[in-house]
Design a protein around this ligand. Structure first.
Ligand code: ATP
Length: 364
């Protein structure tokens, strides 16, 4: 990064925070006090966005984003801000940010930290402090960002920030950008799902999901299942129990919820019913069943039944003289049912069973 140093260029945001905390940070946020696009002219520019005053350059084969200092206003509370002024002072730029811990800049030439709002002290005391009293009204996503940092770093809301959060949660403006809220929720729940969920309920953050939310009964911890089976949409394993109609769900997410609502009122009587209840359901739906309906039934499926497969396959059926065709599926499914009833069956026993009971009418 040697070549990019400039007295007006600063590292900002998460990069500075993480460096102070001594944790790894994957993307560097640069902020130029002045016009970043002018500054970038001497580099290999990949793209610019004049409206936002941002520029992407290629340096040592790495793409680097640089933003001009800017101020923002929220013409509609809870929605995306619009830019009011670009190339403003660094102080004004830092003031638009979410928490003091994310409003520290570091000069790229002198390495001096610029900390107008007490971010260093807050990092030391593990406190999350907003920069002004309307912060959550402007952008309620910050409540979930606060949750994310409290889960990630074990930080707590400072007293006044906590009061402002409570005040907002008692008075939510539901006309907000659920797209951004979802993005932050997914990131937060991917960090440590149980810690995130406990704080989410304790602090009343669930109210942000939409009006008249009801806290669901969680039957038991399923952290062990989450760790073991590593679901892709882990946020849904908890939040799928809430009303998510405000959120835009992708196809897979919608399928998880659909499938859960289909299976949730069914209580299988034996292993065969259990197998066929879950075998077409996405993993997350089974986990939702585990957490809200019956842990033992869902675990029995995941641990003992999900991967059950007869040893006998199509080649074996061919060797037994079954002509290739539709019958294979039928025979193998019947065999699978027998295997679920008796998982310890050996291949020899399976072949015996196929010969004695399942071939009727299928042989030439
Ligand atoms: P992470 O490590 O999770 O990426 P980050 O703090 O780097 O956290 P980004 O989403 O990359 O988060 O945002 C970069 C910076 O932009 C933040 O550090 C913060 O200063 C500012 N920022 C991000 N989101 C908001 C917001 N909703 N309101 C105000 N400032 C924000």
């Amino acid at each position: 990064m040697e070549q990019i140093r400039d007295k007006n260029l600063y590292y900002v945001g998460g990069y500075v925070r993480d460096e102070i905390l001594g944790v790894k940070c994957f993307d560097i946020d640069f902020c130029y006090e002045g016009d970043a696009i002018d500054f970038a002219q001497k580099f290999n520019i990949i793209k610019t966005n004049k409206d936002f005053g941002t520029v992407r350059i290629l340096l040592n084969n790495k793409e680097i984003d640089i933003a001009s200092t800017r101020t923002e206003v929220y013409p509609k509370a809870g929605h995306l801000p619009v830019i009011k002024e670009t190339a403003c002072s660094l102080e004004k730029d830092l003031q638009r940010r979410d928490f003091t811990i994310n409003a520290i800049a570091k000069n790229t030439v002198t390495n001096e930290l610029v900390d107008y709002f007490g971010g260093l002290e807050d990092i030391k005391n593990k406190k999350l402090r907003v920069l002004h009293s309307k912060s959550f009204v402007d952008d309620p996503t910050r409540i979930v960002r606060g949750l994310k940092f409290s889960v990630r770093f074990n930080f707590e809301l400072e007293e006044e920030t906590k009061r402002l959060q409570e005040e907002y949660l008692d008075n939510i403006n539901y006309d907000m950008s659920y797209h951004r809220l979802k993005k932050e929720l997914v990131e937060t729940f991917n960090l440590n799902i149980e810690d995130a969920y406990n704080k989410f309920v304790e602090q009343g953050i669930y109210k942000l999901l939409g009006e008249n939310q009801i806290i669901p009964e969680i039957k038991c911890s399923i952290q062990d299942l989450i760790d073991k089976f590593n679901p892709q949409y882990r946020w849904l394993v908890y939040l799928g129990l809430y009303d998510l109609s405000n959120f835009e769900l992708n196809k897979e997410e919608a399928a998880i919820l659909n499938s859960y609502h289909k299976i949730k009122s069914i209580k299988p009587k034996d292993n065969v019913e259990t197998y066929f209840l879950f075998n077409k359901a996405p993993l997350e739906s089974v986990l939702l069943y585990a957490i809200s309906i019956n842990y033992d039934i869902a675990t029995n499926y995941l641990e003992n039944l999900k991967n059950l497969k007869p040893f006998v396959n199509g080649d074996d059926l061919l060797a037994l003289g079954v002509p290739k065709g539709v019958a294979y599926k039928d025979i193998l499914e019947k065999l699978l049912i027998e295997k679920i009833k008796n998982p310890n069956m050996t291949k020899v026993e399976e072949i015996e069973l196929v010969k004695s009971q399942l071939l009727n009418g299928f042989l030439k």
